[in-house]
Structures are given as structure tokens and as C-alpha cells.
Design a protein around this ligand. Structure first.
Ligand SMILES: *[C@@H]1O[C@H](CO)[C@@H](O)[C@H](O)[C@H]1NC(C)=O
Ligand SMILES: *[C@@H]1O[C@H](CO)[C@@H](O)[C@H](O)[C@H]1NC(C)=O
Length: 612
């Protein structure tokens, strides 16, 4: 990842403040914005115009709702200007301790559309700490028999700054007998060693006062002093001698209190009490984690060590013989990390829901992964559990993006439980899981569907006006108004002006009503096109045809066309010859019936014949 993060567009914005934009040929990472500011800038200071650096216009600002997503709110984004502002104290020493580089990494979140941008703000050290000795004065006993060149470790000072702002050098006040050398521990920190230049004579001078100065190379440099009192002791014995000047030991964190760290040994060439050696921690070493057996020189663990708190201890031990002669050695304890912290995953910037029409790759949430252990023990892999239409992409170190990886359909899956498991590479590995429920928002993506492809209704004529003759229904699986359906008649083969006097449909229920009594003799059938329309925006609709067939009823009596009947309903036949033979055709009767089918089939009968 780092290989991508070259410094191409480097625009100086003001002293000590730079903007680096990621080269365009590295699109997988998205945009990465870098700033550099000195620590301890006052709250409200402008780091840079984040909105502009992300390419947002001033008009876009209100809708994009640019903000910072981070566990600790060191920065905010001004809603008016899009400036990235310092919002809490930035103490480099508190944030990064002795790390040579100190950068705050976080994600900026923009909405509409949701997008994450990686921001890196490098915090530069300023010289805001003075080197400080643990004590104002130290006392040192040196035998008058000590040879020129003999060395004595002095108490050291601490400076929380880094680089040239941290303690760089010790200096000694002018002296004929003593000089000073600057030594370095394995962790790079400096400590002073006093060197005897010329022999001491207790009978001439019993003690010396020296001033030790610790200083850094900041601009301006800061310094402090400690007083050294050297007491010259009588040369009646030999000083003890440690078997090593420096003891180094590696110790796993979490070893039980009481565990032996190591045993130092010292010898003394004298006899009797002058050879009786007792061990102690030097005044300059402030030790709470270890215990020392003053007789045997065995160092044991007093309190549980925590690699995540302190990675290395440097202890100055003294061996003192019965005559008061002292020797010193250094014990360096390197703490070894154990896989004792479980990795964690935290969801950030999680929306309430995501719409079902979200494009592939839509950003859903940020995942922050944490493991306090170091190296393999703190290297974490992040896995999405189960078969879900999402995937995780690396955003920056220990930050991942959750994005969509398939088409979503609320009608099939209205919510997903998303479980992320993080596992470190320790032996054995530790892991933990975290779950969230993501709700899928509805989009009007389903048109209503009628329960039948078409409808046919039979209605007997002379129906009462207002009678319901049929009901159509359509379903729509969308949610709320998107799934709410209304019915209407959109076309028919009736005269448009007359339509409403024949039929109507209830918008809510789809019930179809006859508006008048149908008369089969005028109207045999008609066809309607009904529409179901949802209340989405834009709305979706479907059409269906409804054919109404009007059935005949026997509501017309036959009517005699010939012979013409008189007012009393009878016809008079006076033209029949007197001698008419049987079978003589008297007349033909012709009758009609307005009904249809069997209702119009006529049969004739003679009911009565009478003579006038
Ligand atoms: C998600 O988890 C909750 C709580 O465990 C459960 O009630 C729900 O049914 C789950 N939903 C799905 C889609 O699995
Ligand atoms: C339904 O019918 C109306 C009227 O004929 C027509 O304008 C509309 O396009 C049709 N809609 C569908 C979905 O077929």
C-alpha cells in the first residue's frame, strides 16, 4: 500500500503544512489526503480545506455533510467552509510517545452518495519538554585508590520529545579530576558516565561538587541540571566488581510475579566485612516492577509486566561492600510480547438502512480493527461470515470498508445480519466477532400484478342499479405507498360520454358496480380496461381487460303482427266459405318476440273458438 502513496502534488500551504494527493494511477485506494501540522495547535486552527482538497464545490457542502469518523475526535469539519479544524489538544507525546513518526489516520465521510476518504495528518514534534532528572542531586562515593579511567554511571534525565528535540547530550561543569562521556542504551536513549581523569587524594580534598547538565537540541534548546556530590572514601579496601557491566535478559510479558529475571554476581578481593556485598537498586532507578534480593543479587518479578505498557526496562544496580565501596551495573530487561489481547472490530458510520437499488460497490460502513499486541500477535485478518451480498475492502491500515457486492432485493431479504470475524496471527490465534443488522430500504421496483390475466363477467339484464357485478384485485410486494394500489377504468368500447352512466370501479377495493339496469335488447356486451396503479414516485401500473356479457331474461311477451287484432284482442274471420272443407286455411298468424334464444321461441295454440 505504501508504494502507492507517493508525494506527487505537493503544495505548500503555509510553513509546516503540506498537502499530498495520491497519484491518480492508484485508483483502488481511492483518494488519500495528507496534511502535516505541528503539535499543540490551538483548538479551531485550520489544518486545510478538506472539502476543496476532495474536489467538492461550495454548493455541494450542505448535501454532502462532510464529517470526520474517528474514535477520538481530534478534528472536525466546518459545515460552512469545509475546513478541517483542530478540535482537541494534539499532544504528540501523549498520542505517539517516543515513536519517531506520528500520524493520525481517520476516515472522512461524505453522504449523498456515501463515500469514505482516507485522511492522514502527520503531527510534528515541537520542543515543548525540558530534559528532567529524576532527582535534583546525586551522591557518589569514590575510593581514593580508584585508577584514572574508572567510570561511574550517573543518574539520567528524561525528555518526552523526539528527534533533536529530545535529550541529546550531558555536560559536566569544569573539573580537573573528572570528565564526562555520553553513552547510549540499546533503545537509543543517552546516559552519562563520569570518568576519573586524575587520582584523588582524600587527605587533600574530601568531596567535590559537580553540576551535570542535560540538554536537547531543539530551537531554542532546553536544559536542566542536577548536582553531583562526590565523596572520596579511604583506600582501605577494594570496590566490589560485577561479573558483567551490562546484563541483558528477555522476558515474556505475563510471567508470574516471583519469576526469577536473573541473578547478578559481584566479587570483592577484600576479606571480612569489606568483602560482604549487598545489592540495591541505584537511587536513580525508580523500580516498581522488580524485586531484588539484597544478599543474593537475584532479581524477581514483583508485578505482572505488560508489553503494551512498557517494552524495555533499564535498571542500575549497585553492589556495596562493608566498607562502603560501590560498584554499578546495568540490567536491561526486554519484554517480549505475548498474544494476550483479543482483536476487536468496531462498526462506524453505519446508516439506518441502505436502499435496495444501491449500485454495486456502494459504501455501507467503516470497520475499525484493533489489536493491542505487536507484530504477528497484532496482525489481524478480517472476514465476512456467511453468504451475503457484501464484501470488505481494505481502506487503510486497520480500517476496512463494507461495500455491496451483489444486487439487493428488499422483497426477498428485507434485512441482513452481517457478522465480521477478526483473527490475529498469534500462536494460538485469538479472534472475536461482531454483528450488525442492516435494513434494506424499499424502492418502487415492482408494478402491481392482477390476480387474473383477464376477467369475464356475466350479468343478467334488469339488474338493480348500483349492484356490484365483479371485483378485480392486484398485488404489489413493495412497501408502504410503493405497494398501495388504486383501481380505475382507463378505456372501454362504450361511448366515452356514457361510460360513467354504465359502470364504475371503487379505487380502493377494485369492486366493479353497474350504474344502471342493463337491457339485453340494446346492449349485449362491453369491454373495459382497468388499471391498478401504486402510489410510488414515479408510480407503476398494470392494465387488465374486463368483459361484461349481459344475459337475456324473458322480459318481452310475444307480439301478434298478423292478423291485426281488434281492441278486445280478437280477430274476426268472415271470409270463410260456407262449405269449406276440413283443412281449409283460415289465416296465418305471425307473432314476434324481442327476447333472444329460447325466450324468443314461439309456439301457437288455439285457446277458444266461438260463434258470433
Ligand atoms: C438477525 O438476528 C436477529 C437477532 O439475532 C434475529 O432475530 C433475526 O431473525 C436475524 N435476521 C436474519 C435475516 O437472519
Ligand atoms: C393501460 O391502458 C392505457 C389506456 O389504453 C394506456 O395509456 C397505458 O399505457 C396502459 N398501461 C399499460 C401498463 O399497459
Amino acid at each position: 500500500m505504501e508504494s502507492c502513496a507517493g508525494e506527487r502534488g505537493r503544495a505548500e500551504r503555509r510553513p509546516g503544512l503540506f498537502l499530498f494527493l495520491l497519484p491518480l494511477f492508484c485508483p483502488a485506494l481511492g483518494e488519500q489526503i495528507r496534511y502535516r501540522i505541528p503539535e499543540e495547535m490551538p483548538t479551531g486552527s485550520v489544518v486545510g480545506n478538506l472539502a476543496k482538497d476532495l474536489g467538492f464545490s461550495v454548493q455541494e457542502l450542505p448535501t454532502r455533510k462532510l464529517r470526520v469518523s474517528s474514535e477520538k475526535p481530534y478534528f472536525t469539519v466546518s459545515a460552512e467552509s469545509g475546513d478541517l479544524l483542530v478540535s482537541s489538544r494534539l499532544d504528540r507525546e501523549e498520542i505517539c510517545g517516543k515513536n519517531p513518526t506520528c500520524a493520525l489516520e481517520f476516515e472522512a465521510v461524505a453522504e449523498n452518495p456515501l463515500n469514505f476518504y482516507h485522511v492522514n495528518v502527520e503531527i510534528e514534534d515541537i520542543n515543548d519538554h525540558t530534559p528532567k532528572f529524576t532527582q535534583n542531586s546525586f551522591e557518589l562515593q569514590i575510593s581514593e585508590s580508584a585508577q584514572p579511567g574508572t567510570r561511574f554511571i550517573l543518574g539520567s534525565a528524561h525528555d518526552a520529545d523526539i528527534g533533536s528535540n529530545t535529550l541529546q547530550s550531558y555536560q559536566l561543569s569544569l573539573s580537573d579530576h573528572f570528565s564526562l562521556t555520553n553513552k547510549e542504551k540499546s533503545d537509543g536513549s543517552k546516559y552519562p558516565e563520569l570518568v576519573l581523569k586524575t587520582p584523588l587524594d582524600r587527605e587533600k580534598q574530601k568531596s567535590y561538587h559537580l553540576t551535570l547538565t542535560a540538554l536537547d537540541f531543539g530551537a531554542p534548546p532546553l536544559s536542566s541540571t542536577a548536582q553531583i556530590r562526590v565523596l572520596v572514601t579511604d583506600a582501605n579496601d577494594n570496590a566490589p566488581v560485577f561479573s558483567q557491566d551490562v546484563y541483558r535478559v528477555r522476558l515474556s510479558e505475563n510471567v508470574y510475579p516471583g519469576t526469577t529475571v536473573l541473578q547478578v554476581t559481584a566479587t570483592d578481593q577484600d576479606e571480612g566485612v569489606n568483602a560482604e556485598i549487598t545489592f540495591s537498586f541505584s537511587e536513580a532507578s525508580q523500580i516498581t516492577q522488580f524485586d531484588l534480593n539484597s544478599n543474593t543479587g537475584e532479581i524477581t518479578v514483583l508485578n505482572v509486566l505488560d508489553f503494551e505498557e512498557v517494552k524495555e526496562y533499564s535498571i542500575v544496580l549497585e553492589a556495596r561492600d562493608g566498607g562502603g565501596m560501590i560498584a554499578q551495573c546495568t540490567v536491561e530487561v526486554e519484554v517480549i510480547d505475548e498474544n494476550d489481547n483479543v482483536p476487536e472490530v468496531i462498526f462506524q458510520s453505519l446508516p439506518n438502512l441502505i436502499m435496495e437499488d444501491a449500485e454495486l460497490g456502494t459504501h455501507i460502513a467503516l470497520l475499525k480493527v484493533r489489536d493491542k499486541d505487536s507484530k504477528h500477535n497484532g496482525e489481524v485478518t478480517c472476514k465476512l461470515e456467511g453468504d451475503v451480498p457484501f464484501k470488505i475492502l481494505t481502506s487503510s491500515r486497520n480500517t476496512y470498508k463494507l461495500v455491496t457486492d451483489a444486487v439487493l432485493d428488499r422483497e426477498q431479504n428485507p434485512e441482513y445480519n452481517i457478522t465480521i470475524t477478526v483473527t490475529d496471527r498469534g500462536k494460538p490465534p485469538l479472534s472475536s466477532s461482531s454483528s450488525i443488522t442492516l435494513h434494506i430500504g424499499d424502492v418502487n421496483d415492482n408494478a402491481p400484478v392482477f390476480s387474473q390475466p383477464s376477467y369475464i363477467v356475466y350479468v343478467s339484464e334488469n339488474n338493480p342499479p348500483g349492484a356490484s357485478i365483479s371485483q378485480v384485485s392486484a398485488s404489489d410486494p413493495d412497501l408502504g405507498p410503493n405497494g398501495q394500489v388504486s383501481y380505475s377504468i382507463v378505456a372501454s368500447d362504450l361511448e366515452p360520454r356514457e361510460l360513467s352512466s354504465y359502470v364504475s370501479v371503487s379505487a380502493q377495493s377494485g369492486m366493479v358496480f353497474a350504474q344502471r339496469a342493463f337491457d339485453h335488447e340494446q346492449l349485449r356486451s362491453f369491454e373495459l380496461t382497468l388499471q391498478a396503479r401504486d402510489h410510488g414516485s414515479p408510480a407503476l401500473s398494470a392494465n387488465v381487460s374486463l368483459r361484461v356479457l349481459v344475459n337475456d331474461r324473458n322480459d318481452n311477451a310475444p307480439r301478434v303482427l298478423y292478423p291485426v287484432l281488434g281492441p278486445d284482442g280478437s280477430a274476426l274471420f268472415d271470409m270463410v266459405p260456407r262449405a269449406a272443407e276440413p283443412g281449409y286455411l283460415v289465416t296465418k298468424v305471425v307473432a314476434v318476440d324481442a327476447d333472444s334464444g329460447q325466450n324468443a321461441w314461439l309456439s301457437y295454440h288455439v285457446l277458444q273458438a266461438s260463434e258470433p
